[in-house]
Ligand binder design. Structure first.
Ligand code: SAM
Ligand code: SF4
Length: 327
């Protein structure tokens, strides 16, 4: 079964945030202090997530990306993943991680068939990493980076780029794709940081691309995968790719196939909406999967056409931390 939304787009990809907690404090994502994490009863349990994933798989979700907060801070994650990969219809499970706690799990991830990892890494400079994430963990993240490559994971690096903060890291990060088969993707900052956007630091996808073009005038556009949010390029003689993600400019909504479930079980049919269905309460109160399905189908027919429409319909301004959504 494949469900299409009210704009004719297939819905086939779930981004599932398994926790709102994190071992880093990236300044563009969450405040340094005073973060109110959700009490445990408010979080979806792994059992609830598995039931939900099964229902969504019957509606045509084939890909699930695990995100957070930091997925690896949630206890028993590996056990959960072992069950998730076995759900009928789920063809691919992937993970987005900051890499601090990831390396010890690579062998088991490989055994589970989880091969696609997105690693968030905004700078290769240890001091700047410490400043941006408020934790001195770059060596562990780099260890994970190299271990992922050695173990043949399909690796993408995600870097949020902000003028005057880490724009000097664009070229060193892009250079990771010279000798390694890795896609390095530069993301526009969004206002999901706990307070609202830092306009002075905003760097658009065109500006990011210009910085790459200035250094590498021969950079070539490559064909993007279907539903890709990144616009991808190859620098001649580089093994990997570089890409830009217009996350704030929202240029890719027309082919968006993704939905999100937050750690507290809110369903989002657009990153910029403020939640369209409380799946947690629905799952807890409704033993009949068919009724849950019916509610899902209803909201899938009310998807905003793009992130601007979704933002307009919100009851509050975009400012919540990305840890409460999952990116
Ligand atoms: N902790 C994991 C990590 O950092 O990879 C997974 C969760 S994190 C919220 C998912 C992605 O969202 C990361 O790549 C991160 O860089 C990105 N992100 C967080 N806050 C953002 C913001 N305000 N604007 C753009 N991207 C953001
Ligand atoms: Fe944590 Fe990821 Fe947010 Fe950084 S971007 S604070 S690693 S959830």
């Amino acid at each position: 079964m494949q469900i299409f939304d009210n704009h004719g787009r297939p819905i086939s990809y779930l981004r599932l945030a398994v926790t709102d907690r994190c071992n880093l404090r990236c300044f563009y994502c969450m405040p340094e202090e005073g973060v109110q994490f959700l009490p445990k009863p408010h979080l979806l349990t792994f059992e609830e997530m598995l039931r939900m994933a099964g229902i969504l798989a019957e509606l045509g979700i084939t890909k699930i990306r695990i995100t957070g907060g930091e997925p690896f801070v949630r206890r028993d994650l590996m056990h959960f993943l072992g069950k998730l990969v076995d759900i009928s219809g789920v063809q691919e499970v992937s993970i987005t991680t900051n890499g601090v706690l990831t390396k010890p799990h690579l062998k088991e991830l490989k055994e589970l068939g989880i091969r696609k990892i997105n690693l968030s890494l905004d700078t290769l400079d240890r001091e700047r990493f410490h400043e941006m994430t408020r934790r001195d963990e770059l060596p562990k993240v780099l260890d994970t980076f190299y271990a992922l490559l050695e173990n043949d994971f399909k690796l993408k690096v995600n870097a949020v780029v902000m003028a005057g903060k880490n724009d000097q890291d664009i070229l060193p990060l892009a250079a990771l794709s010279k000798e390694n088969e890795v896609s390095v993707r530069f993301i526009e900052e969004m206002p999901f940081n706990g307070s609202g956007i830092n306009k002075e630091a905003f760097m658009s996808h065109t500006r990011i691309l210009n910085a790459l073009r200035t250094e590498y005038p021969e950079i070539q556009k490559v064909q993007d995968e279907l539903h890709s949010t990144s616009s991808n390029y190859r620098i001649p003689d580089f093994k990997g790719l570089v890409g830009v993600i217009a996350a704030f400019s929202r240029t890719f909504c027309g082919s968006c196939n993704r939905i999100r479930v937050t750690p507290m079980g809110l369903l989002k049919t657009c990153l910029y909406d403020d939640g369209v269905l409380n799946l947690r309460d629905l799952l807890r109160g409704e033993p009949d999967d068919e009724r849950v399905k019916a509610e899902l189908l209803e909201v899938f027919q009310k998807r905003p056409k793009d992130g601007f429409e979704a933002e307009k319909k919100r009851s509050s301004l975009v400012s919540e931390s990305m840890t409460t959504i999952g990116g």
